[in-house]
Design a protein around this ligand. Structure first.
Ligand code: SF4
Ligand code: SF4
Length: 163
C-alpha cells in the first residue's frame, strides 16, 4: 500500500501530459496522412492536369474529376487539360495515399491537417476550391494568360528519371 501511495505522491510533481487542444496542437509525424491539398507550381499554375489517375487508383471511389481544355489565354495548368471539377468525398476516403502515389505531377498530397469535422453528407464533399492551396508569393492566380508554346508539357521533365 505504501508503495502505491509513493507512486501517487511522485506523480503529483510530474509535468502533465495533457495537450490543451484546440489551443495547443501536437505536431504530426513526418509520414502522417491528413487532409488532401492540391498543389501549385511557383508561378501559381495548378499542378493538377485533370488526368483522373488518382480517381482510378482510389480503392474507395472517393474522387471525382472532370477535365477541360487549357488555352494560352486562359491557362490553369501546364499542358492540354486541367481539372475543371475536382471533388473528394471525405466520408469514403480511408486516407490510404494511393491517389498521391498515382499522380504523375505530384498535384495531390495528403497534408498534415486532421481537422475534418462536418455535420452533413453535403459538407463531406471537399471541392477544388477547398483543396487548392493558396497562390505562392510571387505567383499569379489561375486562370493565367501565358505566352504561346511555353507550357506544352503536362508532366514536368525529370532531371534524373531514376529518382
Ligand atoms: S487517400 Fe485513398 S481513399 Fe482517400 S481519396 Fe486518396 S486513394 Fe482514395
Ligand atoms: S491530382 Fe494528379 S492524378 Fe489526380 S487528376 Fe490531378 S494530375 Fe491527375
Amino acid at each position: 500500500m505504501l508503495e502505491g501511495l509513493m507512486t501517487t505522491l511522485k506523480s503529483m510533481f510530474e509535468k502533465p501530459v495533457t495537450i490543451q487542444y484546440p489551443e495547443q496542437k501536437r505536431p504530426v509525424r513526418a509520414r502522417f496522412k491528413g487532409r488532401h491539398v492540391l498543389k501549385r507550381y511557383e508561378n501559381g499554375l495548378e499542378k493538377c492536369i485533370g488526368c483522373a489517375l488518382c480517381a482510378a487508383a482510389c480503392p474507395a471511389d472517393a474522387i471525382f474529376v472532370e477535365s477541360a481544355e487549357n488555352t494560352d489565354e486562359e491557362r490553369y495548368s501546364p499542358g492540354e487539360r486541367y481539372a475543371s471539377t475536382y471533388e473528394i468525398n471525405m466520408l469514403r476516403c480511408i486516407f490510404c495515399g494511393f491517389c498521391e502515389d498515382a499522380c504523375p505531377t505530384e498535384a495531390i498530397v495528403l497534408g498534415d491537417n486532421y481537422e475534418l469535422s462536418f455535420t452533413s453528407r453535403a459538407e463531406s464533399i471537399y471541392t477544388k476550391d477547398m483543396l487548392l492551396e493558396p497562390v505562392p508569393p510571387g505567383g499569379q492566380p489561375t486562370p493565367q494568360r501565358t505566352p504561346a508554346g511555353v507550357f506544352t508539357r503536362s508532366v514536368p521533365e525529370m532531371k534524373d528519371p531514376t529518382d
